[in-house]
Design a protein around this ligand. Structure first.
Ligand code: SF4
Length: 408
């Protein structure tokens, strides 16, 4: 032990000023918040209520909705009321572009119903009107005690700022690569807008920043700098992560690195769903990233080996899937009855090679027999072999043991 290096975990969280969004705290040392966004037409009240409720049920702690026109702004207070009538109290964030100042001024009930306004400094208005329109939204938030996310975006970067920095770079003694200048424009767009919001009267504990890009290395570089230069609460996310496994891998890689460095107070996985696909996938993926990295616990983890040539029957895969599905569907009831159940670890392993060892590390684990092994499945509870299961009722017997364990 004297010669063993100390193993390092994540860096301490970057200190940020905490921001209350409705009843959810973002930053200031609060647990990292999972959030998501609807893709319904906000003017479709019932459709939007259903999707917000589904996202909240899946575990989204903030939900953002588009407010792009009068019909959408008119719908917002009805959406909030219908959600409250269903017992869904998740804070609602309004996403504003181009005419947010006008929508908030013309629809006070919408301005009041929302818990946070998202402003994109690149899309807040044009030329001489830009500062005034930005100021109108910030004043509205300050007057109503609402929080604001100032969200710069690679795809809608403030062109005047970018042009100014590019011009300065062109005559610099040692010009920087264009990519670096664009990253700097993203950082400055967010920070200058935040400073301006504070000058207008929005306190720092009402301001969250984001600077989203779709390339992982750019995202990491931009957020490292944002964290180094400020203590604003930070919202992390790739702006266009993509579809399916690509989107999940890209988001996990980018956000995982930043979270490990202590950067990030709230995260969103901006996954492109399949047409008609499940929007809640982005919530589950964000939760799984936080849980697998050890930052939060949401749902019991099932550790399962990948299987190999030693598992030629499908019994092992079926049991792993069965247990995972059973746990997911049982969670609402378990959470109400057994506080802390989400920290449970279950292992379902395919053979004797790693099965007993991995099962011993879990709270409760089972090691199924691989091809050619004796048809017996030892069960380990709290690190010790507790019994051996056999026969066609093995899956049901193991579930009964997990249930007993949770109750105990
Ligand atoms: Fe294969 Fe056994 Fe390892 Fe699973 S535990 S991957 S079945 S060797």
């Amino acid at each position: 032990p004297d010669t063993m290096p100390e193993l390092s975990g994540p860096r301490p969280r970057h200190r940020t000023v905490g921001v209350a969004v409705g009843n959810v705290m973002v930053g200031g040392g609060a647990p990292i918040v999972v959030q998501s966004m609807t893709n319904t037409d906000t003017a479709d009240i019932d459709g939007t209520v259903a999707q917000v409720a589904a996202l909240a049920r899946a575990g989204s702690e903030l939900v953002r909705i588009t407010v792009d026109r009068d019909e959408a702004a008119r719908a917002v207070p009805h959406i909030r009321d219908k959600l409250h009538a269903r017992g869904v109290k998740v804070p609602i964030v309004g996403d504003f572009h181009f005419i947010g100042h006008k929508l908030l001024a013309d629809h006070p009930a919408c301005a009041e119903a929302l818990d946070k306004y998202r402003i994109n400094p690149g899309n807040v208005g044009f030329k001489d009107k830009k500062d005034r329109q930005f100021g109108m939204i910030v004043e509205e938030a300050a007057r109503r005690g609402k929080s604001v996310r100032i969200g710069a975006n690679w795809g809608s970067l403030d062109q005047e700022l970018l042009t100014r920095l590019m011009d300065a770079n062109a005559v610099a003694a040692r010009p920087l690569p264009a990519r670096t200048v664009t990253q700097e424009a993203m950082i400055q767009s967010a920070l200058i807008s935040a400073e301006r919001a504070e000058e207008i009267g929005l306190p720092r504990n009402r301001i969250i920043l984001s600077a989203k890009v779709s390339a992982i290395q750019d995202l990491i570089a931009v957020y490292r700098e944002l964290a180094r230069r400020s203590d604003y609460a930070l919202h992390l996310g790739l702006t266009e992560a993509g579809m399916g496994s690509k989107g999940i891998v890209a988001s996990s890689a980018a956000l995982g690195i930043l979270l490990q460095e202590g950067i990030g107070d709230t995260i969103r996985f901006s996954l492109t769903p399949e047409p008609g696909g499940d929007r809640t996938l982005e919530v589950k993926a964000a939760q799984e990233l936080l849980q697998t990295m050890g930052f939060r616990t949401f749902v019991p983890l099932v550790a399962a080996c990948p299987g190999c040539g030693r598992t030629t029957s499908t019994v092992f895969q079926e049991l792993a899937r069965d247990i995972q599905t059973w746990i997911s569907t049982s969670m609402p009831e378990w959470k109400a009855r057994y506080p802390g159940v989400e920290a449970l670890n279950v292992a379902v392993m395919g053979c004797i090679v790693n099965g007993p060892g991995e099962s011993k590390h879990a709270d409760i684990g089972i090691s199924l027999p691989g091809t050619g092994e004796m048809p017996a499945a030892p069960v380990f509870i709290d690190g010790a072999k507790a019994m051996t299961l056999r026969g066609p009722t093995l899956a049901a017997d193991f579930k009964a043991l997990v249930s007993e364990y949770i109750e105990r």
